[in-house]
Design a protein around this ligand. Structure first.
Ligand SMILES: C[S@@+](CC[C@H](N)C(=O)[O-])C[C@H]1O[C@@H](n2cnc3c(N)ncnc32)[C@H](O)[C@@H]1O
Length: 294
């Protein structure tokens, strides 16, 4: 019997659907048919952990208590990540974006770079951004670099704040980066204070419009894929409004905004697409710029 056909041991189709709708309404995360089994298995696991017998008990609990709601949400989040997850993105960031922003902002006072890692999971993404900046931005020490890293998952953020990584998560960090930016800690490696200070972590739900100030770059990789088309559009528009003219949006490899009505320039570099917010003068020119290699 499939989940859609009726009961999943203690959970009726109706209860599952109510839970699914509540999660989607509050977070934007959509559990469509392809993620149906994942969803019902995780909800059932949660029901058992909580020693509840019926789905109605769980529904009542998550409606009444934010703590109960967040406990279930934590179980439903997909938080897979790693350092330098897409090497092509970091190469484009280092070779194309940072030099361009350096020219644009070096003589500004204060000399600030503001970056948002939206959906940062356990922190590998914002720390990879910090490492790239520390290693390749000219006169990196003279810049005021602020990386805001946000996620809806509190457990992931706690991990990120500790900054200790092992195994596969850190496999793409090279020897030099490991020596420069980490100290051995137990069986893993902890980010050094200099890197840690570049990043501020905060719990934030992307389904609620929270003002974060103007950003030069936004990394929102592998988050939009979990949202409905409508939420995706709204969020991409919000990212556009948040970016400085000339600022960049980085999305995951399978995330495209080609059908959305925002006026980003799509720049193709190696195996990735960067989205650049045009300046006022550039908006007079053709919208879509497709370029060659980095
Ligand atoms: C697959 S991870 C991506 C991590 C990282 N950006 C990367 O590409 O490696 C997706 C992250 O998005 C977060 N997320 C999902 N829905 C969210 C929401 N409504 N608000 C904030 N974060 C959300 C999840 O908690 C998870 O950590």
């Amino acid at each position: 019997m499939t989940e859609r056909q009726g009961h999943v041991q203690g959970l009726s189709e109706h209860e599952l659907s109510e839970i699914r709708m509540l999660i989607e309404e509050r977070t934007g995360i959509c559990f469509d048919e392809s993620r149906e089994r994942f969803f019902s298995t995780r909800v059932l696991e949660h029901l058992r952990t909580k020693e509840m017998e019926r789905g109605t008990d769980l529904l009542r609990a998550i409606r009444k208590s934010n703590v109960e709601y967040e406990a279930l949400l934590e179980r439903l989040l997909t938080q897979e990540t790693s350092f330098f997850r897409y090497p092509g993105v970091y190469e484009a960031f280092e070779k194309r974006v940072l030099p361009e922003l350096h020219v644009k902002k070096f003589w500004k006072n204060p000399r600030t770079l503001r970056i948002w890692s939206a959906g940062c999971s356990t922190g590998e993404e914002p720390y990879s951004v910090a490492i790239t900046i520390a290693d390749s931005l000219s006169f990196a020490e003279s810049w005021n670099v602020e990386i805001l890293a946000t996620d809806v998952g509190r457990h992931a953020l706690k991990h990120a704040e500790r900054g200790i990584y092992t195994g596969r998560s850190i496999a793409s960090v090279n020897e030099k980066q490991l020596a420069n930016h980490f100290t051995p800690s137990g069986r893993g490696f902890q980010v050094k204070p200099r890197l840690r200070k570049m990043v501020s972590f905060a719990q934030m739900n992307l389904a609620s419009a929270v003002y974060v100030g103007r950003m030069d770059m936004i990394f929102c990789m592998n988050v939009l894929i979990y949202f409905s088309e409508e939420r995706r559009r709204a969020l991409v528009q919000r990212f556009y409004d948040t970016l400085e003219p000339g600022g960049y949006l980085f999305l995951g490899h399978s995330e495209s905004i080609s059908k959305m009505p925002v006026k980003f320039q799509a720049i193709v570099l190696n195996d990735c697409i960067l989205y650049r917010k045009p300046t006022a003068e550039e908006l007079q020119k053709p919208e879509l710029v497709t370029e060659g290699r980095a």
